[in-house]
Write a protein that binds this ligand. Structure first.
Ligand code: F6P
Length: 419
């Protein structure tokens, strides 16, 4: 295959994770190794930056800052939840790519973002513009199809399982049979994140916190949960509950969602913990309920990131560049788990169309019959993903994160009206 010479563009999209920037670092480091790559650009705020031609020169960033991305949370290039709506938007993307000779496009994101990448790739094909598009998986939700797991997931569950253990120490000290602690976690439509809190239990200690995990996969049965709480309070003197923001009632409606939706039509979730607290306070008089909502903290907790996760995010970025240079396009990097007892992970490729807009649910056979705890199959799956700690440098007692210079690339086209 003839070598494709041109420029690289990388963008980030959707909710950040603790390790999404490690994928940028992997892409930049690998792209520098290939002579067919002339310039390495970053799009600010994902597709929005493409429409607006807001590019920065990533090759001019110091190697020290690129390396620092490996332990920096947030999305260093800026991100977006923006849906390209009309054909004209896609045409504009290609117009910008052509103007800047973008031949390699790497989009780091979840299922909506991979759909965007797929459509851009297909349009380039229709127009006969040679472009290699490779998606890099990212989401704390861990709900992308095909890939064994998603960069971002190992770190969020490491943080949450740690938080469950820490808060349980506090609650154990305070509880007199009358204390319930609820931790509400993200994970829009699948219970992967809530399930991950199960890692907080020590092996062979089924009564360790979290005592109840409320998953979107198991519809909320108020009477049963109240009974579970009563029993736990009697036995443990306190009750630690992890609830997924996407918890649903027996009719399949979210227990807590407001009327707002994002550009992709996803409901704005949040409030399942408070809704549950109200139910407990009404039905179990004398019980004190505390609700903790880690919110953004769970996906920005670089201090508790998993080294395995960060390394795999970096690897996924490197693999994306290698695949594209080898002539692959319209694919997403996947993570493949080895068969041996000892955990190993390598990368693979899957068509973007197989990922776009899909959702991988938590397997129900990994949930115990009680509906509020996870069995050994889940633990075997999740435990390797949280191994190791990321070395975050500290200065004056606080972590030091990457600060990119963000040298702007000159705009070559006239402005675009994003309606
Ligand atoms: O990116 C996925 C996610 O982290 C979901 O778990 C959560 O529901 C959503 O993002 C929250 O998004 P936002 O920060 O845009 O409110």
């Amino acid at each position: 295959m003839a070598e494709l010479v041109g420029n690289v563009l990388v963008g980030q999209s959707g909710g950040p994770t603790s390790v999404i920037n490690a994928s940028v670092a992997g892409i930049v480091a690998e792209a520098l190794n290939h002579e067919c790559v002339e310039e390495i650009y970053g799009a600010l705020n994902g597709v929005l930056g493409i429409l607006n031609e807001d590019f920065i020169d990533l090759a001019s960033e110091s190697q020290q800052q690129i390396r620092a991305l490996k332990h920096t949370p947030g999305a260093a290039l800026g991100t977006c939840r923006f849906k390209l709506k009309k054909q004209q938007d896609y045409e504009r993307v290609l117009e910008v790519f052509k103007a800047h000779n973008i031949r390699y496009f790497f989009y780091i994101g979840g299922n909506d973002s991979q759909d965007t990448a797929d459509k851009i790739s297909k349009l380039a094909g229709e127009q006969g513009y040679e472009l290699r598009v490779i998606g890099v998986p990212k989401t704390i939700d861990n709900d992308l199809p095909v890939t064994d797991h998603c960069p971002g997931y190992g770190s969020v569950i490491k943080y949450l399982a740690t938080t469950v253990r820490e808060t349980a120490c506090d609650s154990e000290a305070m509880g007199q049979g009358d204390l319930v602690t609820i931790i509400e976690v993200m994970g829009r439509s699948a219970g992967w994140i809530a399930a991950g809190a199960a890692l907080a239990k020590r092996r062979d200690h089924p009564h360790d916190p979290p005592h109840l995990i409320l998953l979107p996969e198991v519809s909320f049965n108020q009477e049963k949960i109240l009974e579970d709480i009563r029993r736990t309070l009697k036995r443990e003197k306190f009750c630690s509950i992890v609830v997924a923001e996407g918890l649903v009632d027996p009719d399949g409606n979210y227990v807590a969602a407001n009327a707002q939706t994002d550009a992709f039509g996803h409901a704005q979730l949040g409030g399942a913990g408070d809704a549950l607290a109200e139910i407990i306070e009404t039905n179990l008089p004398g019980v004190k309920v505390r609700v903790a909502k880690p919110g953004l903290m769970q996906r920005a907790a670089a201090h508790a990131a998993s080294k395995t996760d960060a390394d795999e995010a970096y690897l996924a970025g490197q693999a994306a560049v290698r695949a594209a240079v080898d002539g692959q396009t319209d694919k997403m990097i996947t993570l493949l788990r080895g068969d041996a007892d000892q955990y190993t992970c390598e990368t693979g490729l899957a068509p973007l169309a197989d990922i776009a807009n899909g959702i991988k649910k938590l397997p129900t056979e990994w949930i115990n019959e009680d509906g509020v705890s996870m069995n050994f199959q889940f633990i075997r799956y999740a435990q390797p993903l949280i191994q190791g700690e990321v070395a975050v440098p500290y200065e004056n007692g606080l972590p030091v994160f990457a600060r990119l210079d963000k040298v702007r690339v000159d705009k070559l086209l006239s402005g675009y009206d994003i309606a």
